[in-house]
Design a protein around this ligand. Structure first.
Ligand SMILES: O=C(CO)[C@H](O)[C@H](O)COP(=O)(O)O
Ligand SMILES: [Fe+2]
Length: 271
């Protein structure tokens, strides 16, 4: 088993590493100083468990309070669903909302799930608003390398999302360009849908072939489905209604984390 050390990193060093594309960033934080990163001896980072509540079905009239509640309940990051009414049949919010949220929570990692046509159009404004990760959908993108470069150069991590009908092999020609691959386990557009367990073969394929990749799963993930997600090898867990609709979100977050951490530990022992 590879031994794990903890190293100090700063925002600028993280950005350099991300741009170089050689190492993966494990800790999700935008704190300038004092962040920690788990790293292996080889210089690669092992993917660690991160829980990112989706606030899609929260009370959006008090968004900042809902976000704070998630962080105080133990979330590692926030998953913000941007929908344009074209790529998906629903409409949410865009960079002006992110820009308002950012000063209220300067240290929180914002993962933008961009369910939009022409994802290249919003890169600068999202970066300027304070987003940390820009996850576009491969189905909506014409020039993938150019978009990835643009996202990296604007200082955000690069995420790529795959709808349920998109084969996982679609990412292979570009795999070096992504920090995160997001496997959708519902048709994008709405919260509260049923988890598609047959998507777990995509997660298994990615984990087998890309041991250091951040693999994110989104859609219908909660206490009843997390074990399948964890065993398949996902480490970034998006969960919406299961967390925001719970009477005690911290209990749900702890349960999700426990399942993923156990699975990661088990897989590391088997190496
Ligand atoms: O991207 C999404 C929908 O397109 C949401 O992130 C997702 O559905 C989260 O909500 P839930 O956990 O309730 O499914
Ligand atoms: Fe999402």
């Amino acid at each position: 088993m590879a031994s794990v050390s903890v190293v100090k990193v700063t925002k600028s060093s993280v950005r350099k590493r991300i741009v170089s594309g050689k190492t993966k960033y494990c800790g999700l934080t935008s704190k300038e100083e004092g962040a920690t990163e788990a790293a292996t001896m080889s210089g690669h980072t092992l993917p660690c468990c991160k829980i990112g509540p989706s606030i899609l079905c929260a009370d959006l009239s008090c968004l900042a309070d809902e976000c704070r509640k998630m962080i105080h309940s133990g979330a590692d990051y926030l998953h913000l669903d941007v929908m344009d009414g074209h790529f998906v049949p629903n409409l949410t919010f865009g960079h002006p909302i992110v820009k308002c949220l950012r000063p209220k929570m300067p240290d929180i990692y914002f993962d933008m799930h961009m369910m939009v046509q022409n994802p290249e159009k919003w890169v600068e404004s999202m970066a300027d608003a304070g987003a940390n990760q820009y996850t576009f959908h491969i189905e909506a993108c014409e020039d993938i390398p150019a978009l990835c470069r643009k996202i990296q150069e604007s200082g955000m991590r690069v995420g790529v999302g795959l709808k349920p009908g998109t084969p996982v092999e679609t990412i292979l020609p570009y795999s070096d360009l992504f920090d995160v691959v997001l496997i959708m386990t519902v048709e994008p557009g709405f919260g509260g849908q049923s988890f598609m367990e047959d998507m777990m073969s995509k997660v298994q394929y990615l984990r087998t072939n890309f041991p250091y990749l951040d693999i994110e799963v989104d859609g219908g993930v909660g206490p009843n489905t997390i074990d399948a997600v964890a065993e398949a090898g996902a480490n970034m867990i998006v969960s919406g209604t299961a967390i925001t609709g719970a009477s005690d979100p911290s209990q749900v977050i702890a349960l999700l984390r426990n399942s993923v951490e156990n699975a990661i530990q088990k897989s590391q022992l088997e190496r």
